[in-house]
Design a protein around this ligand. Structure first.
Ligand SMILES: N[C@@H](CCC(=O)N[C@@H](CS)C(=O)NCC(=O)O)C(=O)O
Length: 241
């Protein structure tokens, strides 16, 4: 049985797993888990990932969650080119440094702006208070500054001359607020040039295909059945109001 990938491409870590598998010609079955439809709470998916988060994979009777662990598993199993997760001690340490930072360093900040601008007005019928929105935007700006000044510096990619898992994990996060009409590249030439290099390395066609949903998310939002979003409301209130 081919590798099964359980994904929703509106999710950043799902996009990195999807791009990694496609770019490396890893054969897989795409299993759609629509988060907005609540598929993550289904009985079948609970057997794949009891944490009820995507991405997740099933390889025979082996199940695995967490995007970074999944990509490392695929890198080892399918012996993908070294530059993705370099064997060189210092280059690998650079990749690990970014992968360790990003969970708390940017993930929440990009996601928050997406929820604030796109999902919350639809689900709650009102926007979040202006001061919370401004604070979230400031946090996101801080994260982007860190990517430019700490993780990229004057290197073409995070670990040096080649794209790696770090760049892939970074670009999908940086694109989440772009889906919420926030031009994170404006006034950031270093970030823009890095985005162009990463897109080119991945291949513009695959890059754009993976991001198409998030960049046209208004369509998805317009068609959302808010009655199916009740489960999100207590979490939204707790985090944003
Ligand atoms: N650290 C995890 C994050 C997984 C995660 O938070 N996934 C979100 C989508 S981006 C999810 O499945 N959320 C469903 C829910 O919370 O109901 C990874 O990198 O895979």
């Amino acid at each position: 049985m081919p590798l099964e990938l359980f994904l929703d491409l509106f999710s950043q870590p799902c996009r990195s797993v999807y791009i990694f598998a496609k770019k490396n010609n890893i054969p897989f079955d795409f299993k759609t888990i629509s988060l907005m439809e609540g598929h993550q709470y289904g009985e079948e998916f609970g057997k794949v990932n009891m944490m009820r988060k995507v991405p997740a994979i099933r390889d025979g009777d082996f199940c695995l969650a967490e995007s970074v662990a999944i990509m490392m598993y695929m890198a080892e199993k399918y012996k993908t080119p070294d530059y993705w997760y370099p064997a060189d001690l210092h280059k690998r340490a650079r990749v690990n440094e970014y992968l360790s930072w990003q969970h708390m360093g940017i993930r929440m900040h990009g996601s928050k702006m997406f929820w604030i601008n796109v999902l919350i007005p639809k689900i709650m019928g009102r926007g979040v208070p202006e001061e919370k929105k401004n604070a979230a935007m400031e946090e996101l700006n801080g994260s982007l500054k860190m990517i430019e000044e700490k993780f990229l510096q004057d290197r073409p990619f995070i670990a040096g001359d080649h794209i790696s898992l770090a760049d892939l994990v970074a670009i999908v996060e940086v694109y989440q607020p772009v889906g919420a009409c926030i031009d994170v590249f404006e006034g950031r030439p270093k970030l823009s040039a890095w985005r162009d290099r990463v897109r080119q390395e991945i291949g513009p066609e695959l890059f754009d295909e993976a991001h198409q949903g998030i960049l046209c998310c208004q369509e998805m939002v317009n068609s959302l059945d808010v009655n199916k979003m009740e489960a999100f409301k207590p979490r939204i209130v707790q985090m944003f109001f």
